[in-house]
Write a protein that binds this ligand. Sequence first.
Ligand code: NZQ
Ligand code: ZN
Length: 390
Amino acid sequence: MENFQFNSNTQIFFGKGQISNLPNEIKKYGKKVLLVYGGGSIKKIGLYDTVINLLKDFEIHELNGVKPNPKIESVREGVKLCREHSIEVVLAVGGGSVIDCAKIISAATFCKEDAWDMIKKSIKTETALPIITVLTLSATGSEYDAGAIIANKSENEKLGYESELIRPKTSILDPEYTFTVSAYQTAAGSVDIISHILEQYFVPYSPFLADKLCEAVLKTVIKYLPKAIENPKDYEARGQLMWASSIADNGILSLGSRITAFSCHGIEHELNGYYDTTHGVGLAIITIRWMRYILNEKANEEILKRFANYGINVWDIDSNLEKLEISKKSIDLTEKFFKSLGIPMSLTELGIGEEHFEEMASNSVKYGFLEYAFVPLDKNDVIKILKMCL
Ligand code: NZQ
Ligand code: ZN
Protein backbone atom coordinates (compact mmCIF):
# COMPACT_ATOMS: atom_id res chain seq x y z
CA MET A 1 0.00 0.00 0.00
CA GLU A 2 1.06 3.58 -0.61
CA ASN A 3 1.62 5.87 2.39
CA PHE A 4 -1.17 8.34 3.05
CA GLN A 5 -2.37 11.11 5.32
CA PHE A 6 -6.07 11.65 5.69
CA ASN A 7 -8.18 14.29 7.38
CA SER A 8 -11.71 15.01 6.25
CA ASN A 9 -12.69 17.16 9.13
CA THR A 10 -16.27 18.10 8.28
CA GLN A 11 -19.01 17.61 10.84
CA ILE A 12 -21.74 15.68 9.02
CA PHE A 13 -25.39 15.76 10.07
CA PHE A 14 -27.20 13.18 7.95
CA GLY A 15 -30.94 12.57 7.78
CA LYS A 16 -34.41 13.98 8.29
CA GLY A 17 -34.71 17.13 10.36
CA GLN A 18 -30.97 17.64 10.80
CA ILE A 19 -31.40 21.26 9.72
CA SER A 20 -32.34 22.00 13.35
CA ASN A 21 -28.60 21.86 14.12
CA LEU A 22 -27.89 24.81 11.86
CA PRO A 23 -28.09 27.66 14.43
CA ASN A 24 -25.75 25.91 16.87
CA GLU A 25 -23.25 25.13 14.15
CA ILE A 26 -23.21 28.71 12.87
CA LYS A 27 -23.06 30.17 16.39
CA LYS A 28 -19.61 28.58 16.84
CA TYR A 29 -18.20 31.04 14.30
CA GLY A 30 -20.23 34.23 14.63
CA LYS A 31 -23.48 36.08 13.96
CA LYS A 32 -22.89 37.67 10.58
CA VAL A 33 -23.74 35.22 7.84
CA LEU A 34 -23.48 35.34 4.06
CA LEU A 35 -26.22 33.06 2.72
CA VAL A 36 -25.26 31.84 -0.77
CA TYR A 37 -27.81 30.12 -3.00
CA GLY A 38 -28.74 29.51 -6.63
CA GLY A 39 -31.59 30.34 -8.94
CA GLY A 40 -34.49 29.69 -6.61
CA SER A 41 -34.90 25.95 -6.12
CA ILE A 42 -34.40 26.39 -2.36
CA LYS A 43 -37.36 28.78 -2.27
CA LYS A 44 -39.57 26.33 -4.18
CA ILE A 45 -38.86 23.53 -1.71
CA GLY A 46 -39.41 25.74 1.34
CA LEU A 47 -35.82 25.38 2.51
CA TYR A 48 -35.12 29.11 2.20
CA ASP A 49 -37.95 29.90 4.66
CA THR A 50 -36.79 27.18 7.03
CA VAL A 51 -33.25 28.57 7.06
CA ILE A 52 -34.38 32.18 7.52
CA ASN A 53 -36.68 31.18 10.40
CA LEU A 54 -33.97 29.17 12.12
CA LEU A 55 -31.51 32.04 11.77
CA LYS A 56 -33.74 34.89 12.97
CA ASP A 57 -31.20 35.81 15.67
CA PHE A 58 -28.40 36.14 13.12
CA GLU A 59 -27.52 38.98 10.74
CA ILE A 60 -28.07 37.54 7.27
CA HIS A 61 -26.79 38.96 4.00
CA GLU A 62 -27.62 37.19 0.75
CA LEU A 63 -25.86 36.29 -2.47
CA ASN A 64 -28.40 34.65 -4.75
CA GLY A 65 -28.52 33.65 -8.41
CA VAL A 66 -25.36 31.53 -8.39
CA LYS A 67 -25.52 29.68 -11.70
CA PRO A 68 -24.56 26.11 -12.57
CA ASN A 69 -20.87 26.05 -13.51
CA PRO A 70 -20.49 29.00 -11.12
CA LYS A 71 -19.07 32.14 -12.62
CA ILE A 72 -16.25 34.25 -11.26
CA GLU A 73 -18.57 37.31 -11.25
CA SER A 74 -20.70 35.73 -8.49
CA VAL A 75 -17.56 35.05 -6.48
CA ARG A 76 -16.48 38.69 -6.78
CA GLU A 77 -19.94 39.86 -5.69
CA GLY A 78 -19.76 37.58 -2.65
CA VAL A 79 -16.26 38.77 -1.72
CA LYS A 80 -17.51 42.36 -1.83
CA LEU A 81 -20.41 41.52 0.49
CA CYS A 82 -18.13 39.69 2.95
CA ARG A 83 -15.75 42.63 3.13
CA GLU A 84 -18.49 45.31 3.34
CA HIS A 85 -20.41 43.54 6.11
CA SER A 86 -17.52 41.91 7.99
CA ILE A 87 -19.11 38.51 7.41
CA GLU A 88 -18.07 35.80 9.88
CA VAL A 89 -19.55 32.63 8.32
CA VAL A 90 -20.48 31.62 4.77
CA LEU A 91 -23.57 29.41 4.51
CA ALA A 92 -24.06 27.62 1.18
CA VAL A 93 -27.51 26.14 0.54
CA GLY A 94 -27.68 24.25 -2.76
CA GLY A 95 -25.76 21.97 -5.08
CA GLY A 96 -22.09 21.83 -6.01
CA SER A 97 -22.13 25.14 -7.88
CA VAL A 98 -23.40 27.07 -4.87
CA ILE A 99 -20.99 25.33 -2.51
CA ASP A 100 -18.01 25.87 -4.82
CA CYS A 101 -18.87 29.54 -5.19
CA ALA A 102 -19.13 29.89 -1.39
CA LYS A 103 -15.77 28.16 -0.93
CA ILE A 104 -13.90 30.53 -3.21
CA ILE A 105 -15.65 33.54 -1.66
CA SER A 106 -14.51 32.43 1.76
CA ALA A 107 -10.85 32.27 0.68
CA ALA A 108 -10.78 35.22 -1.74
CA THR A 109 -12.19 37.57 0.90
CA PHE A 110 -8.72 37.59 2.48
CA CYS A 111 -6.70 37.43 -0.72
CA LYS A 112 -4.96 40.64 -1.81
CA GLU A 113 -5.37 39.67 -5.46
CA ASP A 114 -8.53 39.22 -7.50
CA ALA A 115 -10.38 35.92 -6.94
CA TRP A 116 -9.63 34.70 -10.49
CA ASP A 117 -5.91 35.38 -10.05
CA MET A 118 -6.03 33.50 -6.77
CA ILE A 119 -7.40 30.47 -8.61
CA LYS A 120 -5.29 30.74 -11.74
CA LYS A 121 -2.01 31.37 -9.94
CA SER A 122 -2.91 28.85 -7.19
CA ILE A 123 -2.19 31.50 -4.54
CA LYS A 124 -2.10 29.71 -1.20
CA THR A 125 -4.96 30.51 1.18
CA GLU A 126 -3.71 31.68 4.57
CA THR A 127 -7.11 32.59 6.07
CA ALA A 128 -10.65 31.75 5.04
CA LEU A 129 -14.11 32.26 6.46
CA PRO A 130 -15.68 29.09 7.87
CA ILE A 131 -18.13 27.43 5.49
CA ILE A 132 -21.29 25.54 6.38
CA THR A 133 -23.33 23.75 3.73
CA VAL A 134 -26.86 22.45 3.36
CA LEU A 135 -26.79 20.09 0.38
CA THR A 136 -29.72 19.90 -2.06
CA LEU A 137 -28.27 17.80 -4.90
CA SER A 138 -26.26 14.57 -4.71
CA ALA A 139 -23.39 14.83 -7.14
CA THR A 140 -20.08 16.59 -6.65
CA GLY A 141 -19.03 15.74 -3.12
CA SER A 142 -18.14 19.41 -2.61
CA GLU A 143 -19.97 19.22 0.73
CA TYR A 144 -17.22 16.91 2.03
CA ASP A 145 -14.05 17.92 0.18
CA ALA A 146 -11.54 20.72 -0.03
CA GLY A 147 -11.89 21.72 -3.69
CA ALA A 148 -13.93 24.11 -5.80
CA ILE A 149 -14.28 24.72 -9.55
CA ILE A 150 -15.09 28.13 -11.05
CA ALA A 151 -15.73 29.23 -14.66
CA ASN A 152 -14.50 32.42 -16.26
CA LYS A 153 -16.36 32.98 -19.52
CA SER A 154 -14.21 35.94 -20.57
CA GLU A 155 -11.18 33.64 -20.61
CA ASN A 156 -13.07 30.50 -21.74
CA GLU A 157 -11.73 28.64 -18.75
CA LYS A 158 -12.97 26.62 -15.80
CA LEU A 159 -10.37 25.91 -13.16
CA GLY A 160 -10.13 24.15 -9.84
CA TYR A 161 -8.73 25.39 -6.54
CA GLU A 162 -7.88 23.43 -3.42
CA SER A 163 -7.21 24.35 0.18
CA GLU A 164 -7.85 22.60 3.47
CA LEU A 165 -9.20 25.95 4.68
CA ILE A 166 -12.16 25.79 2.32
CA ARG A 167 -13.28 22.36 3.46
CA PRO A 168 -16.77 22.84 4.99
CA LYS A 169 -16.81 22.89 8.79
CA THR A 170 -20.28 21.37 8.80
CA SER A 171 -22.50 19.84 6.13
CA ILE A 172 -26.16 19.05 6.60
CA LEU A 173 -27.31 16.19 4.37
CA ASP A 174 -31.04 15.63 4.39
CA PRO A 175 -32.10 13.38 1.48
CA GLU A 176 -35.59 14.93 1.54
CA TYR A 177 -34.12 18.14 0.11
CA THR A 178 -33.26 16.21 -3.05
CA PHE A 179 -36.82 14.93 -3.69
CA THR A 180 -37.40 17.78 -6.18
CA VAL A 181 -34.22 17.29 -8.19
CA SER A 182 -35.28 16.57 -11.79
CA ALA A 183 -34.67 13.17 -13.37
CA TYR A 184 -32.08 14.83 -15.63
CA GLN A 185 -30.10 16.40 -12.76
CA THR A 186 -30.46 13.26 -10.65
CA ALA A 187 -28.97 11.21 -13.47
CA ALA A 188 -26.23 13.75 -14.21
CA GLY A 189 -25.34 14.02 -10.52
CA SER A 190 -25.06 10.26 -10.19
CA VAL A 191 -22.89 9.97 -13.29
CA ASP A 192 -20.62 12.50 -11.58
CA ILE A 193 -20.48 10.25 -8.51
CA ILE A 194 -19.68 7.24 -10.72
CA SER A 195 -17.01 9.20 -12.55
CA HIS A 196 -15.32 10.32 -9.31
CA ILE A 197 -15.01 6.69 -8.35
CA LEU A 198 -13.82 5.49 -11.77
CA GLU A 199 -11.13 8.19 -11.77
CA GLN A 200 -9.80 6.65 -8.53
CA TYR A 201 -10.32 3.07 -9.71
CA PHE A 202 -8.47 3.23 -13.03
CA VAL A 203 -5.08 3.87 -11.45
CA PRO A 204 -1.65 2.22 -11.67
CA TYR A 205 -2.00 0.63 -8.25
CA SER A 206 -4.87 0.15 -5.79
CA PRO A 207 -5.00 -2.07 -2.73
CA PHE A 208 -7.73 -4.72 -2.43
CA LEU A 209 -9.61 -2.71 0.19
CA ALA A 210 -9.70 0.44 -1.96
CA ASP A 211 -10.98 -1.60 -4.91
CA LYS A 212 -13.73 -3.17 -2.82
CA LEU A 213 -14.81 0.20 -1.38
CA CYS A 214 -14.97 1.71 -4.88
CA GLU A 215 -16.89 -1.27 -6.25
CA ALA A 216 -19.37 -1.14 -3.36
CA VAL A 217 -20.19 2.52 -3.91
CA LEU A 218 -20.42 2.03 -7.69
CA LYS A 219 -22.87 -0.84 -7.17
CA THR A 220 -24.86 1.28 -4.74
CA VAL A 221 -25.30 4.08 -7.27
CA ILE A 222 -26.15 1.65 -10.08
CA LYS A 223 -28.79 0.03 -7.85
CA TYR A 224 -30.42 3.14 -6.39
CA LEU A 225 -30.24 5.69 -9.22
CA PRO A 226 -33.03 4.06 -11.29
CA LYS A 227 -35.15 3.86 -8.13
CA ALA A 228 -34.66 7.58 -7.40
CA ILE A 229 -35.59 8.45 -10.98
CA GLU A 230 -38.68 6.24 -10.91
CA ASN A 231 -39.84 7.52 -7.55
CA PRO A 232 -38.24 10.88 -6.73
CA LYS A 233 -39.52 10.69 -3.14
CA ASP A 234 -37.90 7.32 -2.40
CA TYR A 235 -36.07 8.34 0.79
CA GLU A 236 -33.89 5.24 0.88
CA ALA A 237 -32.72 5.72 -2.70
CA ARG A 238 -32.12 9.45 -2.26
CA GLY A 239 -30.27 8.76 0.98
CA GLN A 240 -27.97 6.17 -0.56
CA LEU A 241 -27.13 8.52 -3.43
CA MET A 242 -26.51 11.42 -1.07
CA TRP A 243 -24.01 9.58 1.11
CA ALA A 244 -22.40 8.03 -1.99
CA SER A 245 -21.93 11.56 -3.34
CA SER A 246 -20.19 12.70 -0.18
CA ILE A 247 -17.73 9.83 0.11
CA ALA A 248 -16.98 9.44 -3.60
CA ASP A 249 -14.77 12.50 -3.94
CA ASN A 250 -13.10 13.10 -0.59
CA GLY A 251 -10.39 10.49 -1.06
CA ILE A 252 -11.56 7.97 1.51
CA LEU A 253 -12.37 5.31 -1.10
CA SER A 254 -8.86 5.21 -2.50
CA LEU A 255 -6.60 5.57 0.51
CA GLY A 256 -3.44 3.60 -0.17
CA SER A 257 -3.92 3.75 -3.96
CA ARG A 258 -1.52 5.46 -6.36
CA ILE A 259 -3.85 8.18 -7.59
CA THR A 260 -3.08 9.96 -10.85
CA ALA A 261 -4.82 12.69 -12.86
CA PHE A 262 -8.63 12.57 -13.20
CA SER A 263 -8.63 12.11 -16.99
CA CYS A 264 -12.34 12.48 -17.85
CA HIS A 265 -12.72 15.42 -15.46
CA GLY A 266 -9.69 17.09 -17.03
CA ILE A 267 -11.39 16.91 -20.43
CA GLU A 268 -14.92 17.69 -19.22
CA HIS A 269 -13.99 20.87 -17.36
CA GLU A 270 -12.74 22.35 -20.62
CA LEU A 271 -16.22 22.01 -22.16
CA ASN A 272 -17.45 24.50 -19.58
CA GLY A 273 -14.94 27.10 -20.66
CA TYR A 274 -17.02 27.47 -23.83
CA TYR A 275 -20.40 25.89 -23.12
CA ASP A 276 -22.75 25.67 -20.16
CA THR A 277 -23.09 21.93 -20.28
CA THR A 278 -24.12 19.93 -17.23
CA HIS A 279 -21.00 18.45 -15.60
CA GLY A 280 -22.38 14.90 -15.23
CA VAL A 281 -23.76 14.80 -18.77
CA GLY A 282 -20.40 15.85 -20.19
CA LEU A 283 -18.78 13.14 -18.08
CA ALA A 284 -21.17 10.44 -19.34
CA ILE A 285 -20.33 11.33 -22.94
CA ILE A 286 -16.57 11.54 -22.38
CA THR A 287 -16.18 8.54 -20.06
CA ILE A 288 -17.47 6.00 -22.59
CA ARG A 289 -15.21 7.35 -25.35
CA TRP A 290 -12.22 7.59 -23.01
CA MET A 291 -12.77 3.94 -22.07
CA ARG A 292 -13.04 2.83 -25.70
CA TYR A 293 -10.01 4.90 -26.70
CA ILE A 294 -7.68 3.57 -24.03
CA LEU A 295 -8.84 0.01 -24.66
CA ASN A 296 -8.48 0.23 -28.46
CA GLU A 297 -5.39 2.43 -28.73
CA LYS A 298 -3.37 1.95 -25.58
CA ALA A 299 -4.29 -1.45 -24.20
CA ASN A 300 -1.68 -3.35 -22.22
CA GLU A 301 -1.92 -6.05 -19.57
CA GLU A 302 -2.41 -3.50 -16.78
CA ILE A 303 -5.28 -1.74 -18.53
CA LEU A 304 -6.97 -5.04 -19.38
CA LYS A 305 -6.64 -6.13 -15.76
CA ARG A 306 -8.34 -2.95 -14.53
CA PHE A 307 -11.22 -3.30 -16.99
CA ALA A 308 -11.58 -6.97 -16.12
CA ASN A 309 -11.82 -6.17 -12.39
CA TYR A 310 -14.39 -3.53 -13.17
CA GLY A 311 -16.43 -5.82 -15.43
CA ILE A 312 -16.42 -8.79 -13.09
CA ASN A 313 -16.93 -7.00 -9.77
CA VAL A 314 -19.21 -4.13 -10.78
CA TRP A 315 -21.16 -5.56 -13.73
CA ASP A 316 -21.06 -9.25 -12.72
CA ILE A 317 -19.58 -10.37 -16.06
CA ASP A 318 -18.47 -14.02 -16.24
CA SER A 319 -14.88 -14.16 -14.98
CA ASN A 320 -14.11 -17.16 -17.24
CA LEU A 321 -14.23 -14.99 -20.36
CA GLU A 322 -11.08 -13.51 -21.92
CA LYS A 323 -9.99 -10.21 -20.35
CA LEU A 324 -10.49 -8.34 -23.62
CA GLU A 325 -14.05 -9.60 -23.96
CA ILE A 326 -14.84 -8.70 -20.34
CA SER A 327 -13.37 -5.25 -20.95
CA LYS A 328 -15.51 -4.61 -24.01
CA LYS A 329 -18.63 -5.88 -22.29
CA SER A 330 -17.97 -3.67 -19.27
CA ILE A 331 -17.86 -0.57 -21.48
CA ASP A 332 -21.03 -1.67 -23.32
CA LEU A 333 -22.85 -2.15 -20.01
CA THR A 334 -21.70 1.23 -18.69
CA GLU A 335 -22.94 2.87 -21.89
CA LYS A 336 -26.25 1.00 -21.76
CA PHE A 337 -26.74 2.17 -18.18
CA PHE A 338 -26.01 5.83 -19.04
CA LYS A 339 -28.33 5.62 -22.07
CA SER A 340 -31.12 4.18 -19.93
CA LEU A 341 -31.02 7.40 -17.87
CA GLY A 342 -32.26 9.40 -20.86
CA ILE A 343 -29.42 11.89 -20.89
CA PRO A 344 -27.75 13.02 -24.14
CA MET A 345 -24.88 10.73 -25.08
CA SER A 346 -23.08 12.83 -27.70
CA LEU A 347 -21.69 16.35 -27.96
CA THR A 348 -23.68 16.82 -31.17
CA GLU A 349 -26.90 16.40 -29.18
CA LEU A 350 -25.68 19.25 -26.95
CA GLY A 351 -25.09 21.44 -30.01
CA ILE A 352 -21.32 21.24 -29.65
CA GLY A 353 -19.09 20.94 -32.73
CA GLU A 354 -15.36 20.58 -33.09
CA GLU A 355 -14.55 24.31 -33.42
CA HIS A 356 -12.79 24.64 -30.04
CA PHE A 357 -11.33 21.13 -29.75
CA GLU A 358 -7.72 22.32 -30.28
CA GLU A 359 -7.81 24.81 -27.37
CA MET A 360 -9.87 22.50 -25.20
CA ALA A 361 -7.45 19.64 -25.75
CA SER A 362 -4.32 21.64 -24.97
CA ASN A 363 -5.90 23.19 -21.87
CA SER A 364 -7.12 19.86 -20.57
CA VAL A 365 -3.62 18.38 -20.91
CA LYS A 366 -2.15 21.47 -19.20
CA TYR A 367 -4.62 22.00 -16.35
CA GLY A 368 -5.71 18.38 -16.00
CA PHE A 369 -2.12 17.01 -15.97
CA LEU A 370 -3.24 14.34 -18.43
CA GLU A 371 0.29 13.42 -19.42
CA TYR A 372 0.63 12.00 -15.91
CA ALA A 373 -2.63 10.07 -15.91
CA PHE A 374 -2.96 6.27 -15.50
CA VAL A 375 -3.07 6.16 -19.30
CA PRO A 376 -1.08 9.25 -20.32
CA LEU A 377 -2.85 11.41 -22.90
CA ASP A 378 -1.40 14.16 -25.07
CA LYS A 379 -3.24 16.82 -27.02
CA ASN A 380 -3.76 14.58 -30.06
CA ASP A 381 -5.20 11.81 -27.93
CA VAL A 382 -7.69 14.26 -26.39
CA ILE A 383 -8.70 15.61 -29.79
CA LYS A 384 -9.36 12.06 -30.95
CA ILE A 385 -11.44 11.34 -27.84
CA LEU A 386 -13.42 14.55 -28.32
CA LYS A 387 -14.10 13.65 -31.97
CA MET A 388 -15.39 10.26 -30.84
CA CYS A 389 -17.83 12.20 -28.61
CA LEU A 390 -19.48 14.03 -31.55
O1 NZQ B 1 -29.80 27.14 -9.01
P1 NZQ B 1 -30.90 26.37 -8.39
O2 NZQ B 1 -32.21 27.03 -8.49
O3 NZQ B 1 -30.57 25.92 -7.00
O4 NZQ B 1 -31.09 25.04 -9.28
C1 NZQ B 1 -30.09 24.02 -9.39
C2 NZQ B 1 -29.36 24.04 -10.74
O5 NZQ B 1 -30.17 24.56 -11.74
C3 NZQ B 1 -30.77 22.68 -9.41
N1 NZQ B 1 -31.05 22.15 -8.07
C4 NZQ B 1 -30.20 22.02 -7.02
N2 NZQ B 1 -30.84 21.47 -5.97
C5 NZQ B 1 -32.14 21.27 -6.37
C6 NZQ B 1 -32.27 21.71 -7.69
N3 NZQ B 1 -33.45 21.66 -8.36
C7 NZQ B 1 -34.50 21.16 -7.72
N4 NZQ B 1 -34.45 20.70 -6.43
C8 NZQ B 1 -33.29 20.75 -5.73
N5 NZQ B 1 -33.25 20.26 -4.49
O6 NZQ B 1 -29.86 21.82 -10.07
C9 NZQ B 1 -29.15 22.57 -11.05
C10 NZQ B 1 -27.69 22.17 -11.04
O7 NZQ B 1 -27.08 22.56 -9.82
P2 NZQ B 1 -25.49 22.50 -9.64
O8 NZQ B 1 -25.17 22.98 -8.27
O9 NZQ B 1 -24.83 23.22 -10.79
O10 NZQ B 1 -25.17 20.94 -9.82
P3 NZQ B 1 -24.02 20.06 -9.23
O11 NZQ B 1 -24.23 19.79 -7.80
O12 NZQ B 1 -23.92 18.92 -10.13
O13 NZQ B 1 -22.69 20.97 -9.33
C11 NZQ B 1 -21.95 21.05 -10.53
C12 NZQ B 1 -20.73 21.92 -10.33
O14 NZQ B 1 -19.79 21.36 -9.39
C13 NZQ B 1 -18.49 21.24 -9.99
C14 NZQ B 1 -18.83 21.06 -11.45
O15 NZQ B 1 -17.72 21.32 -12.27
C15 NZQ B 1 -19.97 22.05 -11.64
O16 NZQ B 1 -19.47 23.36 -11.80
N6 NZQ B 1 -17.72 20.16 -9.35
C16 NZQ B 1 -17.25 20.39 -8.10
C17 NZQ B 1 -16.44 19.48 -7.45
C18 NZQ B 1 -15.90 19.75 -6.10
N7 NZQ B 1 -16.03 20.91 -5.55
O17 NZQ B 1 -15.32 18.88 -5.49
C19 NZQ B 1 -16.04 18.21 -8.08
C20 NZQ B 1 -16.85 17.85 -9.28
O18 NZQ B 1 -16.10 16.97 -10.07
C21 NZQ B 1 -17.31 19.00 -10.11
O19 NZQ B 1 -16.31 19.40 -11.02
ZN1 ZN C 1 -17.16 15.60 -11.00
